[in-house]
Design a protein around this ligand. Structure first.
Ligand code: GAL
Length: 571
């Protein structure tokens, strides 16, 4: 891996806030002379050619597209993108290719990537390549550029320089693992965090939640974590972080659940209501705009982090809370434009755009301080670059099942985790299909926050769900081992087929199958698409059916089942 510096990079960039950041310079084959850097009044640009057969993947949690060659993507933080334009809960300015290299751009700006477009040859002449390494002779430069008709252009608004980390490896898994190690490797995750997390209806009170917890135990429904949604705060939008009168005895309630073997996860967001005890203290360390009547703490300042973390530790963690769902730290362009504007100013010197890119990751960092050494696996709705080391999983209010499965496949490219949560269903078929994908993902999340009941009960498929949850229980040791490997080596527990089989062209457009843990291949059938699908098992290996152990021929074939097609790579 090698860092190339162009112009004068900004100082408030993701690597600055990544405590585990660990850059070890090595040599790369990628020629510095490939880059053309332009510093302009309001942005800077980096252009470079790509190979004619270069495929491009990554850019964070992309729910709507998989292979990016020929596309334009903007790393805009948006909770509800309507199309495949790069906007996301968790855009990450890092891409990988099938040509042995990937590039990470260390910026919190909404960078724009044009991935493989044509340039007018009259304009691909000499250029100023700065510190990254001097260009060879102009002739050599031009010759190498002529070999391709496709270029990438990266535009970074407001900046006058950029650090680009070029990472090389034999497979995409190898390249991504190095990117993850740059951020300290994957998170350490407790075994219980991999069990079922059931988020209760927002309208319930403590007595109702206790009765549901009892129902799960009485009916042998494996559930490890109970999640509370808005309703536990005395005021939720913005948050007071104080129990409401629906929970007259919070400590008694928490003990009741703990005694029955549950862990507890609390929903919150960071917008601090005037009734919060620390409102006055944190106000000077907050941005200049309010959201839903609450302050936006600037978690890039140690002061805001400490005030917030101290409160959460003393009032929640020390009372038995061991997980959090950190909501609303993205923003929206399409549902009323809530959250702070791009023009906002923060005491750390970050502006609104930069803070949107960093907000989720800094919030997680703050909550990790609150948790101290308490093991956890929580949820967060925004993340970005260099976030691999945090035990937090992304989720969304979007719900298209095909997109959710694509999210699982794509998450592995960028050091983030994604939960294709089950919320509710229109039919038994939808309920079962969604639970199948939930069980074969990193976090087994049922988010029934908006459903006054238990969603599988109404569709009369509790037996099917119980069966799937017992499959999940059998996967936990394997998943735990995969997380340990993620932590040690950076190899993510969920990977697109192209990550391990980078030379196999058949994998270049497969966005609905993924590798799970070390040697499973999962091919979920999306809800509402019938009971058949096409499966591809890479020909470089031998496979067997995960459930029966029967050998299965590699290559492409159709499968018809009410279950979930899962295969195991034979050693
Ligand atoms: C949304 C979140 C949902 C649920 C809801 C409660 O922002 O994505 O999962 O928590 O808030 O108001």
């Amino acid at each position: 891996m090698k860092k190339f510096t162009f112009g004068t990079p900004e100082t408030l960039v993701p690597s600055k806030f990544c405590d585990a950041f660990d850059y070890r310079e090595g040599e790369v084959r990628y020629p510095a002379s490939n880059f053309i850097f332009k510093d302009r009044a309001s942005d800077c640009i980096l252009e470079f050619p790509i190979e004619d057969d270069c495929q491009i993947f990554g850019f964070g949690l992309q729910l709507k597209q998989f292979a990016h060659r020929g596309r334009k993507l903007k790393m805009d933080v948006n909770a509800d993108p309507v199309t495949a334009n790069g906007e996301s809960h968790a855009p990450v300015p890092f891409f990988v290719t099938n040509k042995g290299y990937g590039m990470y751009f260390d910026t919190a700006r909404y960078a724009e990537f044009y991935c493989g477009k044509q340039k007018n040859p009259a304009f691909s002449g000499a250029a100023s390549v700065s510190e990254g390494g001097a260009a060879d002779s102009e002739a050599a430069l031009y010759a190498s550029r002529r070999e391709t008709s496709a270029w990438m252009s990266v535009r970074i608004p407001a900046a006058h320089g950029i650090d680009v980390y070029v990472i090389e490896g034999d497979s995409i898994t190898d390249i991504v693992s190095q990117y993850n190690m740059l951020a300290g490797g994957g998170p350490e995750v407790p075994e219980w965090g991999l069990g079922m997390l059931y988020r209760c209806y927002t309208g319930w009170d403590s007595e109702k939640i206790k009765s549901v917890a009892d129902y799960f135990r009485a009916n042998d429904i494996p559930c490890d974590i109970i999640g509370l949604e808005p309703g536990w705060h005395s005021h939720a939008y913005s948050c007071t972080y104080k129990w409401s009168d629906r929970y007259p005895d919070p400590d008694g309630f928490l003990s009741y659940l703990k005694e029955r073997g549950y862990h507890i996860n609390l929903w919150e967001h960071a917008f601090t209501h005037p009734d919060a005890d620390f409102f006055d203290e944190i106000a000077p360390y907050s941005g200049d705009w309010m959201v839903w009547g609450g302050l936006v703490p600037d978690f890039a300042t140690p002061e805001a982090r400490k005030i917030f973390a101290d409160y959460m530790r003393e009032h929640l963690v020390e009372h038995g809370v061991d997980g959090f769902k950190l909501d609303e730290c993205d923003s929206s362009d399409n549902t009323g434009g809530w959250s702070f504007p791009l023009s906002a100013e923060f005491p750390s010197g970050l502006d609104g755009m930069q803070y949107h890119s960093l907000f989720g990751t800094l919030y997680v960092k703050t909550i990790m301080d609150a948790l101290g050494g308490t093991p956890t696996l929580g949820e967060v709705r925004q993340m970005g670059a260099l976030a691999a080391s945090y035990p937090f999983v992304l989720y969304s209010d979007l719900y298209d099942h095909r997109d959710f499965i694509r999210g699982v496949v794509n998450s592995g490219f960028s050091g983030i985790l994604w939960a294709p949560e089950f919320r509710s269903a229109h039919s038994k078929e939808e309920c079962v299909r969604r639970m199948q994908a939930v069980v074969f993902s990193v976090q087994c999340l049922v988010n029934a926050w908006n459903y006054d009941g238990i969603p599988w009960v109404i569709h009369e498929c509790e037996d099917e769900v119980k069966e799937l949850l017992s499959v999940r229980a059998g996967l936990i040791p394997m998943l735990k081992a995969a997380f340990e490997e993620y932590h040690r080596t950076g190899k993510p527990p969920v990977r697109a087929l192209v990550m391990d089989y980078t030379d196999d062209e058949k994998t270049y457009h497969i966005d609905n199958e993924y590798l799970f843990c070390d040697d499973l291949l999962v091919a979920p059938i999306a809800a509402g698409t019938g009971d058949e699908r096409e499966v591809y098992l890479p020909v470089a290996d031998k496979w067997e059916d995960y459930f029966t152990g029967e050998p299965v021929e590699s290559g492409s074939f159709r499968v018809k089942t009410e279950g979930i097609p899962v295969y195991r790579r034979r050693k």
